[in-house]
Design a protein around this ligand. Structure first.
Ligand code: AMP
Length: 114
């Protein structure tokens, strides 16, 4: 898989505003936030799209969601609510081909999306 901007962030070659890190996962504020809280939760292993996930990745994907839950609590948006989004490929609006979970909140979010 070609290196993405997120590989460079994981490697420390590009800075980020980190909110969480463990041996498997990194989370940081989106550089172009779409809501008052907009955090990206990413695995450290490079997986290009959600469509590339395999059964062995089941626990990792579960951990992404639980880390999002933890960050939402820490940033004070758990009670008001939030949205978790994986964009996949062109029609999903995916720009960075390293899977990432968007955590969005801090305001009323529109539904359905455009
Ligand atoms: P997606 O369209 O789902 O692939 O989302 C990619 C997200 O990465 C966008 O919301 C971008 O604003 C965000 N992004 C791109 N480069 C950076 C960066 N260097 N630091 C933080 N977020 C970034």
């Amino acid at each position: 898989m070609p290196a993405t901007i997120f590989s460079k962030i994981i490697a420390g070659e590009i800075p980020c505003k980190k909110v969480y890190e463990d041996n498997q996962i990194l989370a940081f504020h989106d550089i172009k936030p779409q809501a008052p809280v907009h955090v990206l939760i990413i695995p450290k292993v490079p997986i290009a799209t959600i469509d590339d996930l395999e059964p062995a990745d089941e626990a990792l994907v579960g951990r992404l969601v639980l880390v999002a839950q933890r960050i939402a609590r820490e940033l004070g948006i758990a009670e008001s609510g939030y949205r978790l989004v994986f964009n996949c490929r062109d029609h999903g609006g995916q720009e960075v081909h390293h899977i990432h979970l968007h955590l969005l909140g801090g305001r009323q979010l529109a539904w359905p999306p455009g």
